[in-house]
Write a protein that binds this ligand. Structure first.
Ligand SMILES: [Ca+2]
Ligand SMILES: [Ca+2]
Length: 415
């Protein structure tokens, strides 16, 4: 099998990219305040070993609390991320806090820190969508070998019967609805997925964005073999953090998702290496990400995760998706684009749940749906193979400034 992912270590690549960007002459017209902001009172720590090493973790959490952290959150067991939150009104220089957190990490036998500290970033959804509220856990159906799992990292999925998604909800068969963690991943009742922002069972959806994304996928594929894993990270106002997005990404990997749909993103001069490493960690999973809706060239105004497939980052499992206009013959005026950063375009205008909506958020699910069709039709195809095929199996569109120079081909056969 062809090897995916990076040849350089993510850290080396990040340093190289940072150097290249700093020495370049990019001129993005975006206001600085539109870039993802650091969350000043939060530090994310990535261990060099997973959290099953309880002695080290317990010591570290205890050290962090002794040194001023008001709360320490664990991503989940089996992975290596925690987030320390400090009092809101604490006025500490961020770099000093990072150094302090790093210094507090338990030392290994060589006297070296056993982890790395990162800033956390705010992520705000560009298209919050309408309001829904569905509190239903689906636990009746059982999965089959032909099923293909798509993780919806978004604002939650409404599982009200009338929305018609219940047959397509993924079920964690090792978890019961009993308030306990039955499958030993340190998350209680993660039956259909998990709500990482509120650290609870994913059973509510206040912001309809994730439901619309899910409905577009299910309607487009029309197969009971599509299973939606509900990984909720956004609150009702469309806000989350990179830490929650990374935790959800790692969860999708841990439960065998074939595709991750990310109909969101953030602008940054350079992305967090924490994010680069997380997507490199899921290099065998296909990631479909929306390009963003500011009509910008993301070759100069960098947008992530949609831009991670660019030559700078080279994460080949990622497909960035621009939106076509209502006629599907040209890029929509609102859609971001990039000859070196966004892979292809797909229909972005849809009438769904009695609303006419247009955004790159709703173009990405059309690509995800096509990938699911390929994987259901060809059970031997790996997500990575399907992703590589779909990147170039496009229909050419004049003047379309994306890597493939084309739009999604609904008649393509991949791989
Ligand atoms: Ca669990
Ligand atoms: Ca349980």
């Amino acid at each position: 099998m062809k090897k995916s992912g990076l040849n350089l270590s993510p850290t080396l690549l990040f340093l190289l990219v940072t150097y290249l960007l700093a020495s370049c002459c990019t001129d993005c017209p975006l206001d600085e305040d539109k870039y993802a902001k650091k969350i000043p009172n939060q530090v994310v720590i990535k261990f060099d070993r997973d959290l099953k090493d309880t002695t080290s973790v317990t010591t570290t959490i205890s050290n962090l609390k002794k040194n001023g952290a008001k709360e320490v959150y664990k991503c989940m067991c089996g992975y290596d991320l925690i987030m320390a939150e400090y009092p809101d009104d604490e006025d500490i220089d961020l770099e000093a806090r990072l150094a302090s957190a790093q210094g507090d990490i338990d030392q290994n036998d060589l006297g070296q820190p056993v982890g790395t500290a990162f800033v956390n970033l705010e992520i705000t959804m560009e298209q919050p969508g309408l309001t829904l509220d569905g509190k239903h856990i689906v636990r009746e159906r059982r999965q089959g070998a032909a099923d293909r799992i798509v993780a919806i990292i978004d604002s939650g999925i409404d599982r009200s019967q009338e929305l018609g998604l219940t047959d397509n909800i993924w079920i964690n068969e090792r978890e019961d609805e009993d308030g306990q963690d039955n499958d030993d991943n340190c998350l209680s009742d993660d039956i259909n997925g998990f709500d990482f922002t509120f650290d609870q069972s994913a059973n509510s959806n206040i912001n309809a964005h994730g439901t619309i994304v899910s409905k577009l996928i299910v309607n487009s594929v029309g197969s009971p073999n599509v299973k939606l894993m509900d990984l909720k990270i956004f609150d009702k106002d469309g806000n989350t953090s990179l830490y929650h997005a990374v935790c959800a990404t790692l969860y999708a990997k841990s439960k065998g998702a074939h595709i991750i749909n990310m109909s969101w993103g953030y602008y940054a001069k350079t992305p967090s290496i924490l994010h680069v490493e997380a997507l490199n960690d899921v290099s065998r999973t296909m990631v479909v990400a929306s390009a963003g809706n500011k009509g910008l060239d993301t070759d100069v105004c960098f947008h992530f995760p949609s831009g991670f497939n660019s030559m700078f980052y080279g994460l080949k499992n990622v497909i960035g998706v621009a939106a076509l206009d209502g006629n599907n013959n040209a890029k929509a005026s609102y859609s971001n684009y990039g000859s070196g950063s966004i892979q292809l375009a797909a229909p972005g205008s849809h009438t769904i749940l009695a609303q006419t909506l247009a955004a790159t958020s709703y173009a990405a699910p059309i690509v995800t749906a096509q990938a699911l069709r390929h994987m259901i039709n060809n059970q031997n195809a790996t997500p990575y193979e399907v992703a590589q095929c779909m990147k170039t199996a496009t229909i050419s569109v004049p003047n379309l400034e994306v890597i493939s120079k084309g739009k999604l081909d609904p008649g393509s056969i991949c791989p």
